[in-house]
Design a protein around this ligand. Structure first.
Ligand SMILES: [Zn+2]
Length: 487
């Protein structure tokens, strides 16, 4: 289930509740921003929504398995939130096991930062800037405001989604593939979160000039990734115009004592020493169109030239025209028979002849519209099998009228699931950060020659927040990246 559609459902529920209870809705004054705000969602509903999504996000994206690091981030976040205008919320701060550079906030005070963004920060004050910005989205009730707007606009759309659950299920996979996962804020909300973040940074006793570094680094990351390629920070936090200039002005206007705040660079770099860097190949990786899963010991060959997607709960390939998909996921049922029964038991799915081994053809039933026209349904194959103590579901499908184009490719892919035995693939390890203290002044290029990294110099410069030819002082701590090579 995608997070976005879950939000839609929450919104629908909240709207229904509001109508049923006849609760008063309208505007209230926000304690953090002092602005009047449209609020169809009460604080209790906001907290409830956040709590429900919290479990899903943790399951779907994965919690980074390092208790000490989790505690470090959580302690900092909780302290900051306690000094905010909404200290009563059930604040929770979680480091997500994801290499993408991102941070996000759910209504109710649930805040997530990826290990990807952590690996790009270079001081505690920078980390605090990110946490403060996300806290600002919560205290500013930006998520709630977005939901309230969507609620008014999308009643029709929600009704449509509820009417056809199986299409929702199919649609979500395609959506996930496109990375439409999070609520997107407006530029106004970003400006407000920047201002609130700066407020919390100063209240926390940190040096406000460090906030600039964060925006600079995030800007360099999006420039290097190319617009829209990866669903990261830039796709959910649109940069307001003159962001850096605005913050610099605000910082310059602060009294001199504000500039003597903490930075805690070395302390922070000590915390991220050995942090996992980049994609974790133990969670499966692609080489061309072949997917290798070393933990579960299998491989699967997807159709050549298709766009591949590797997510925690599914691995898939989408045809270049984006009109066909092959997707492998774990089934929730305990055995293949039950999983198959669940799938074919869906009202609008019709089981056809056996395709191969335990694969069956299927198509979805569609209903004629008012003009008597029947839109094309979906056609494909579905297989359910047990392997390594787990039950898998493998689906390949497309629009019914395109089946002749994809029949062969989909059936061929379905037959390629096999055991992975090659130790070269079984023993892959993720890359890690390593912190080094410079024994003398040097440039980053020299540092990279003396302590080589498994990433390019350009990327190394970004994660260290410096340029390649900048002179770096003796005694300074720098990050390098070791390991992570694929066979
Ligand atoms: Zn933001």
């Amino acid at each position: 289930m995608s997070i976005r559609s879950f939000f839609f459902r929450c919104a629908a529920t909240a709207a229904c509740l509001t109508f049923l209870l006849g609760a008063t809705t309208g505007c209230s004054v926000n304690p953090a921003t002092g602005k009047r705000q449209l609020t169809l969602i009460s604080e209790a509903q906001e907290i409830q929504m956040g709590k429900e999504s919290h479990q899903q996000i943790k399951a779907q994206m994965g919690v980074y398995p390092d208790e000490e690091l989790q505690r470090y981030v959580s302690d900092l976040g909780l302290k900051l939130a306690a000094a905010s205008e909404r200290p009563q919320l059930p604040w929770a701060f979680t480091v997500i096991d994801d290499p993408i550079v991102n941070a996000f906030a759910l209504p109710g005070g649930f805040i997530y930062i990826t290990r990807g963004i952590l690996s790009h920060m270079n001081s505690e004050a920078e980390l605090i800037s990110v946490l403060g910005h996300e806290i600002g989205h919560v205290t500013g009730r930006h998520g709630v405001e977005q939901l309230s707007k969507q609620q008014l606009a999308q009643v029709g759309m929600i009704a449509g989604m509820i009417a056809s659950p199986e299409f929702r299920q199919f649609g979500q996979l395609a959506q996930q593939g496109l990375g439409l996962m999070f609520l997107k804020f407006s530029r106004d909300h970003e400006r407000e979160a920047d201002d609130l973040g700066l407020r919390y940074l100063v209240r926390g006793g940190y040096d406000p000039t460090e906030m600039d570094n964060v925006f600079r680094t995030l800007g360099r990351v999006s420039a290097a990734q190319g617009a829209g390629r990866v669903p990261g920070w830039a796709s959910t936090h649109p940069a307001p115009e003159n962001r850096v200039a605005r913050i610099e002005q605000a910082v310059a206007a602060m009294p001199p004592e504000a500039h003597r705040g903490e930075i805690n660079r070395d302390l922070f770099l000590g915390k991220v020493d050995h942090l996992m860097y980049g994609a974790d190949p133990r969670q499966g990786f692609f080489k061309d169109n072949v997917f290798y899963q070393p933990e579960m010991r299998f491989k699967l060959t997807f159709p050549a030239g298709w766009k591949t997607v590797n997510q925690r709960q599914a691995v898939a390939a989408i045809s270049p025209e984006q009109d066909a998909i092959v997707v492998l996921q774990l089934a929730e049922q305990e055995d293949p028979t039950a999983a198959s029964a669940k799938f074919f038991g869906q009202e609008n799915i019709e089981r056809g002849a056996q395709a191969r081994n335990n694969f069956f053809n299927f198509r979805t039933r569609t209903e004629a519209n008012a003009e008597g026209k029947k839109p094309p349904g979906l056609r494909g194959i579905a297989g359910f099998f047990a392997y390594g103590g787990q039950v898998f579901q493998l689906l390949g499908y497309c629009r019914e009228d395109r089946w002749s184009n994809y029949d062969q490719a989909i059936n061929r892919a379905a037959g390629t699931f096999e055991t992975l035995n090659d130790p070269k693939y079984l023993n892959v390890r993720a890359a890690r950060l390593e912190t080094i203290e410079l024994p003398r002044a040097m440039t980053l290029s020299e540092f990279d020659r003396r302590w080589p990294s498994t990433i390019e110099l350009d990327e190394l410069a970004i994660i260290n927040g410096v340029t390649a030819d900048q002179q770096l002082e003796s005694g300074m701590l720098l990050k390098r990246v070791v390991g992570g090579e694929l066979p």
